[in-house]
Design a protein around this ligand. Structure first.
Ligand code: XMP
Length: 503
């Protein structure tokens, strides 16, 4: 399969660019530019190279990258790095916003037949003052005569603007022209191909050996399990630890699906055990620790009962792998207890069938395998589950209350299709109890908080603008149907300064 190499010079564009390339059905892999020397680049054998960077800092590039005989497109500071590497010059200036490119060179392959491209903004406060020999300017703005250039003979191209960014109108078509017309890449990165390759690779690697996987019921572990089940059927054992902190009906849903799929599925009922371990625990970090430790213990015990494990399977996805090296805490936090497993389970090899896939690709793969929509479209759910959505001590009664209220909130948003633009939505049971209630039905009831946010990356988030009428309907229904709740509030705090979860 042809591969595009995204060489990341810093900034936050590498992953987005890689996703856009894949949306054009071409595989792409991101590597920090300073970690890829020429031998590694040659071994990667790219069909084309995308040099991308943003912000004001950039590392210099090895000029040999530009004489490999492989087409190179430099984007943002990647394009400036190309200019400097080949003897051109760059000067400081103003950032450009909202410009339409002029003088689009009709004969430049990148722009041939293209409608006008409008760029939202450019990240750099620099501009090109002189191009290296052999380069010609292929696009300008009112202020700058050189915002794109090419040297078709050497297959070198550059754009000051980011074609992958949503604010660059026409950018994706330009990117696609680079991939298809210049690099000659074929439409190989399709879901059918991805599925076939992933199944073949897993089958070949696993052979007739045994695989053990921790299933949480979340999107990633479910898709990974379904994929491995296709590859090796009942050589796969899925262990689903029910810690009792799940949402309404969730445990049964997971069991319902995975008992129909060809795998050896085990649901461990550890509800009482977790409840006991959490008794009297009120500190959020301690709740997390207790749950993670207990989870590992239960998993170890069950794994021992099953006997020797050849492979431990994990549902880590591409951003987990990329960001694990960069310490991106919000992503790392996800299902910490699953991530802790390899340190505590005896196994010979680790298998991560989704390690090259972005989240949207994981969901699409799940759909291709026929997994139900509620499972593949599921919002993220923290590993410690409802334990960190109940303030103070956790009791079976509080869990029941929260489950019922959360179910009303989430299913009403889903019925109204409001959830489609909301990344995460859930209820939180606060520890505030009110003793007055006008209808006499809620004495001593708890205050429930509803939280819903929009976000792309969970590192920052905005509170979601849910219509008042819908909030009114939800609050009324919760007050009628969940007598233990005596007040409902809606959280209107962004992240930062707040976090998404309350604990
Ligand atoms: P915060 O609350 O930090 O959450 O803004 C960011 C994302 O991380 C999830 N989250 C967790 N996931 N274990 C997890 O597996 C945790 O302890 C945990 N805490 C927060 C949260 O749901 C959101 O998606």
């Amino acid at each position: 399969m042809q591969k595009m190499l995204v060489l990341d010079l810093g900034g936050s564009y590498g992953q987005m660019l890689a996703r856009r390339v894949r949306e054009c059905h071409v595989f792409s892999d991101v590597h920090p530019a300073d970690k890829m020397d020429m031998d590694k680049i040659r071994a990667f054998a790219p069909a084309g190279i995308l040099l991308v960077g943003g912000g004001q800092e950039r590392a210099a590039i090895d000029p040999q990258i530009l004489s490999l005989g492989v087409p190179v497109l430099g984007i943002g500071s990647g394009c400036l790095a190309m200019v400097e590497a080949l003897g051109g010059s760059v000067a400081r200036g103003q950032k450009l916003c909202g410009r339409t490119l002029t003088n689009l060179s009709e004969d430049a392959v990148l722009f041939a037949g293209m409608p006008p491209i409008t760029i939202g903004w450019m990240d750099q406060e620099e501009y090109i003052t002189a191009l290296p020999e052999g380069f010609v300017a292929t696009a300008s703005t009112k202020e700058h005569p050189i915002v794109a250039f090419s040297d078709p003979g050497r297959q070198l191209y550059g754009t000051m603007f980011h074609p992958e960014a949503g604010h660059t109108e026409g950018g994706l078509r330009m990117l696609e022209r680079f991939l298809k017309e210049i690099c000659g890449a074929a439409d190989e990165w399709t879901m059918d191909n991805i599925l076939r390759m992933a199944v073949d690779q897993a089958r070949e690697r696993i052979g007739d050996r045994k695989v053990l996987m921790a299933l949480s019921g979340g999107v990633d572990s479910s898709v990974a399990a379904a994929l491995l089940s296709r590859a090796v059927g009942s050589q796969l054992t899925c262990l689903f630890v029910d810690h009792g902190m799940l949402r309404k009906g969730e445990g049964d849903e997971v069991e319902g699906i995975f008992t129909r799929i060809d795998t050896h599925f085990i649901r461990v009922n550890a509800v009482e055990r977790f409840q006991q371990a959490l008794e009297g625990v009120t500190d959020p970090e301690q709740k997390r620790r207790v749950i993670a430790d207990e989870f590992v213990k239960v998993f170890q015990e069950e794994a021992r009962k099953l006997g020797g494990v050849d492979f431990l399977a994990q549902g880590n996805i591409y951003p987990d792998i990329l960001e694990a090296g960069q310490g991106y805490a919000d992503v790392i936090k996800s299902h910490q207890e699953m991530r802790d497993l390899p340190d505590h389970i005896e196994f010979k090899e680790l298998i991560e069938p989704l390690r090259y896939l972005f989240k949207d690709e994981v969901r699409a793969l799940g759909r291709t395998m026929g997994l139900p929509e509620f499972l593949v479209a599921r919002q993220p759910f923290p590993g410690p589950g409802l334990a960190i959505r109940i303030m103070g001590t956790i009791t079976p009664e509080k869990l029941e209350l929260l489950r019922d209220a959360d179910h009303i909130f989430t299913s009403e948003l889903e019925k109204a299709h409001v959830n489609q633009h909301i990344a995460q939505y859930f209820a939180v049971l606060t520890d505030t109890q009110l003793y007055g209630s006008l209808d006499g039905r809620h004495p001593g009831g708890y205050t429930l908080a509803l939280r819903s946010v929009t976000t792309d990356d969970f590192a920052t988030a905005k509170w979601a603008r849910i219509p008042y009428e819908l909030l009114d309907k939800i609050s009324g229904q919760i007050m009628r149907e969940v007598p233990g709740i005596s007040r409902v509030v809606y959280d209107i705090t962004n992240k930062p300064p707040a976090t998404i979860e309350w604990e």
